[in-house]
Design a binder for this molecule. Structure first.
Ligand code: UD1
Length: 339
């Protein structure tokens, strides 16, 4: 039975939410984070929400010796590997850093799992592995296409490493979870997305416009082949996404080899529809202006999530409006991010 779960990147946006979901489902998460993109104070906030202060190590997953000590001190039953660099634009400027950090850390973790006989692995993959989709919705059986940036390439390569690894040793259970666009925050307003500097992603940008930290939202393109010309994505509430990890662990526990799931809502929402949902949910106006397209963006990307529902019994419960309300609540309570 899976009980002790190593969560790498467990103080980050999705990692911390998953730690809460794990505690609430009776698991014992143990967190490793190097604080590259997270704050140690998240630990205290997890305790306020759950009443539990999880064991935490400040360590870098690329540091094999440090990680070996952590594996030796604990008896892990499973690993959920969130730790990694994730900024698309930055990955274009610093490809080597992205390849070394993301692929290096995944290899260290898998190697130590083999060494210590930890047989269950969940990897944070992304819808980016589908590249420029030929059609939507996207199914897990759709081809993995050429990455549009080094960040995406690391996800594709790590998926490949996992597949080869599982083939070499069929006693391993591995879930590749392809996230669509995670948004929202914990309803308490204690945890949420806290990007460094000016946000690249849509929801944190809208939230910062909402509190007056940024003057206006730039909408990148209104000439896409979509309902209103703006880009369509599958926005999933981070609390639902976290639950998806708990569901995946149960699947691994039953013994499944390598499995792949889309984690999304199955529903596409355009940029302007998201703006409207944010305005309606929070009773405020978001000023925006239309700009040219952002390089590398696609018209539409949303998931078919039937497989996750059939095989994991998981589907999203929260709406885009819920996510807009929770994101705004978090932003208001943490105008300068998590300190
Ligand atoms: C990107 C990554 C994805 C990653 C995700 C993290 C790619 C191609 N995409 O998704 O892998 O997992 O970030 O959440 O690798 N937009 C605006 N104004 C803004 C920001 C965004 O109009 O200020 C639009 C974009 O053009 C797009 C939509 O909003 O249509 C969503 O953009 P974003 O939040 O950045 O996510 P993705 O690019 O879909």
């Amino acid at each position: 039975m899976i009980h002790n779960v190593l969560v790498t990147g467990g103080l980050g946006f999705i990692g911390s939410e998953t730690v809460i979901a794990l505690i609430e489902s009776g698991y014992t998460p143990i967190i490793v984070d190097n604080l590259f993109n997270a704050k140690e104070s998240v630990l205290g906030r997890i305790e306020v929400i759950t009443g539990v202060s999880p064991r935490y190590y400040r360590a870098d997953c690329c540091d094999e010796n440090a990680m070996r000590k952590i594996f030796a001190e604990n008896k892990f039953d499973a690993v959920i590997h969130f730790a990694g660099y994730k900024a698309v634009g930055e990955s274009v400027e610093k490809p080597l850093e992205y390849y070394q950090n993301n692929i290096g850390s995944a290899c260290v973790i898998l190697k130590l799992m083999r060494e210590f006989g930890v047989k269950n692995f969940v990897f944070s993959s992304s819808a980016t592995v589908y590249g420029v989709p030929e059609s939507v919705p996207l199914f897990e059986t759709d081809p993995v296409r050429e990455a549009t940036n080094p960040y995406g390439a690391t996800k594709i390569i790590i998926e490949g490493i996992c597949k080869d690894f599982a083939k070499a040793d069929p006693s391993f259970n591995i879930a590749l979870l392809r996230y669509f666009n995670p948004i929202g925050a914990h309803p308490s307003g204690l945890l949420g997305e806290d990007p460094n500097g000016i946000p690249n992603n849509l929801m944190p940008y809208i939230s910062q416009v909402a509190i007056g930290k940024l003057p206006v939202l730039h909408v990148y393109g209104n000439d896409y082949n979509t309902v209103d010309g703006t880009g369509v994505r599958d926005y999933i509430h981070v609390v639902d996404l976290a639950e998806g990890h708990v569901a995946a662990l149960k699947k691994l526990d039953a013994g499944c080899g390598l499995v792949i799931y889309n984690l999304g809502t199955g529903k596409g929402t355009s940029v302007l529809e998201l703006v409207k949902a944010f305005e309606d949910a929070n009773g405020i106006k978001i000023p925006y202006q239309i700009e040219g397209r952002r390089p590398g963006d696609v018209d539409a990307s949303y998931a078919n999530c039937d497989k996750a529902f059939k095989e994991l019994g998981w589907k999203t419960k929260l709406t885009v409006e819920d996510a807009c309300r929770d994101a705004y609540n978090f932003q208001k309570k943490n105008p300068n991010g998590i300190l």
